[in-house]
Design a binder for this molecule. Sequence first.
Ligand code: BG6
Length: 492
Amino acid sequence: MIFIFGGSGDLNYRKLTPALYNLFLDNWMPDKFAIAGIGRSPYSDEAFHEHLLDGVTKFSRRKGKQNGHWTEFSQHVSYLQMDGDDASAYHKITDLVKQKEDEFGVHPNVIFYLAVAPQLVPSIATKLGALKLCAEKGTTRIVVEKPFGHDLESAHDLNMLLSSMFAEEQIFRIDHYLGKETVQNILALRFANALFEPLWNRNYIDHIQITAAESVGLEGRGGYFEHAGALRDMVQNHILQILCMIAMEPPVSFDANEIRNKKVDVLNAIRRISKDQVRDYAVRGQYSGGWKKGEKVVGYREEEGVDPQSNIDTFAAVKFYIDNWRWQGVPIYVRTGKYLNQKATHITLQFKPAPHYAFPSESAESWRSNLLTISIQPSMDISISFQAKRPGQTMELDPVKMTFDYDEVAGDHAPEAYETLLLDVMEGNATLFMRNDQVDAAWKVITPILETWESRPPQNFPNYAPDSWGPDAADALLARDGHTWINLPPAL
Ligand code: BG6
């Protein structure tokens, strides 16, 4: 039995119900299940189903195909009108659980999904915590969406609050990037192959880049973004999680805590920078008005819900170092931003140059370092670039690419991140969810940057144009080390 707080909201409409419906179509849902959307707006069950079907038609990976089973699925879905702030209304939840218990003939597992604005989480969690139902460690779970806290202190407070009412194994902190197939595949690439691991360290890798670029702007989320910014919105969670998977030590087993221990080790080993060093390690940006693929767009400060003097970052780039034996001295550059030239999330490991070059210099004019590129989205592939002999009578070398295309094997069968994550919650598997200490450790990594940026207003905002790759200072961050950002050709 799944209760979705924020049932009439955008996340449920675009992501959760399409994911649950796909799980149903793929026969992953149990025989007996019930889903209740909770919200303040009035909806009859029928009107709620219609609203959700619209979301499924527009946003499901099946793109409206196979909607033939919707009626069957929607019989499991109901709407509970209640105000999450009103403690006296929570009996509606226990009543419904009781009703389902009678219907199913067993006590159901109960999942509370908090798809609500972050400021509502403490109040709802506290009221849920007062229900006897929530003391049932084995059968009741709570799912909390990001952002998890606003800074180290508030994240810590939220963790304390949740753990005063729920056991850690009942709390599922979602970072949807961890549910992406291509992100999970990082572990397969690294730890199911003997080929890469011996090279995966400071002896062979020159530097690493992680790009999570978005071509969209705010999409009407000015109110939220004004309190977040790119560093909080993307780096603290998604990008640091990817970094952990790239940099972690091999796990001994696939046990949830083992994987999470190895990840938290990475976060704890990331070099802490002082506030005085922030300008050498981090770059912020904010987009101006301009043209985006032929369309005129307004600058961040002109967006709805945004302060016309806002100093919020819509772009962030950071250089990290991991102080351990494997990664000492290897820079890891990350960047993210709104209104960039492409939507593209990818990781590139650039290898060190070959130690000796025996070829005549003219044969290697187009020589370049070996690269291993993992594209997360929209392309889903892994490629290796290396030098090969140009066909012909002379010994000339060119860089060539060998690619594994995930799409070719997965077709449209690859589940969406939320499908994987919801199924994991139902099965009680926390491997892909963030543990409380991971969240704290990730906040600690970015806190000096956040605090410095907040106390020293930028002098040059807005400093990048829509459709660009961000501010010039982001290029300078790498140029100082003799590197350049690697952009991939747009996905077809
Ligand atoms: C969310 C951020 O967590 O991730 C958004 O709040 C961002 O600002 C989104 O647009 C990106 O997710 P995806 O899956 O489209 O890369």
